[in-house]
Design a protein around this ligand. Structure first.
Ligand SMILES: N[C@@H](CCC(=O)N[C@@H](CS)C(=O)NCC(=O)O)C(=O)O
Length: 201
């Protein structure tokens, strides 16, 4: 059976759990206690030299990096497909996944860490506001990407899945989606209504 080395609240582990849920794949979930630095122990570093979750083991093959894991799962377990078949559309999904992880995530994480790890008094409010404003610009970009379609690549894909663990915390992080961003608003609702959304737990 597939093994997933996992930490429940990790947004990267959540991405992988959503793919496993979408594909109905059964797997064993192995809790890695990040607070106890279990990810930096020798045994774990042999699986992932970066010392980070998620790590997936399938048929003895060890894979790390959530976006790589998700593409592996989609190729090995193609039903339902989470990538379009057309080459150009596949490239577009990868652009959006990269946009999510390399550009959107750092802003989101800046807000997350300020709110999660600091007291109200310690928080850098200016930095939170700056990240929120930049995220707002990115949400306008997503709204344009979504124009005329239900999901980022037309049909549901790894691009939507990359954003899902960030979306789930919008409310608690105080990230608002402007009312004029109708495409983003209905996309968020569609994502939340999928049964795989429960895999975030
Ligand atoms: N680029 C990696 C990032 C994974 C990552 O940052 N995981 C965090 C938890 S959310 C982690 O394991 N942090 C522990 C550490 O850096 O020591 C991926 O996509 O899988």
């Amino acid at each position: 059976m597939i093994k997933l080395y996992d930490y429940p609240q990790c947004p990267f582990c959540r991405k992988v759990r959503i793919v496993l849920a979408e594909k109905g794949i059964k797997y064993e979930r192995i809790f890695v206690d990040l607070r106890k630095k279990e990810q930096k122990k020798e045994d774990f570093l042999r699986l992932n030299p970066y010392g980070k979750v998620p790590v997936l083991i399938d048929d003895g093959v060890v894979i790390y990096e959530s976006s790589v894991i998700n593409e592996y799962l989609d190729e090995k377990y193609p039903n339902p497909p989470l990538m379009p078949s057309d080459f150009a559309a596949r490239a577009k999904v990868r652009i959006l996944v990269d946009f999510c992880e390399s550009h959107f995530f750092p802003l989101w994480y800046n807000i997350y860490k300020e709110i999660t790890f600091k007291t109200e008094h310690e928080r850098n409010k200016g930095s939170i506001e700056k990240s929120k404003n930049e995220i707002k610009e990115y949400l306008y970009r997503l709204d344009r990407e979504l124009k005329g379609q239900e999901y980022l690549a037309g049909s549901y894909s790894l691009a939507d899945i990359a954003f899902t663990p960030k979306i789930v915390l919008f409310e608690s992080l105080g990230i608002q989606v402007d009312s004029e961003l109708k495409n983003v608003r209905s996309w968020v609702e569609k994502i939340k209504s999928r049964s795989s959304y429960k895999a975030l737990e």
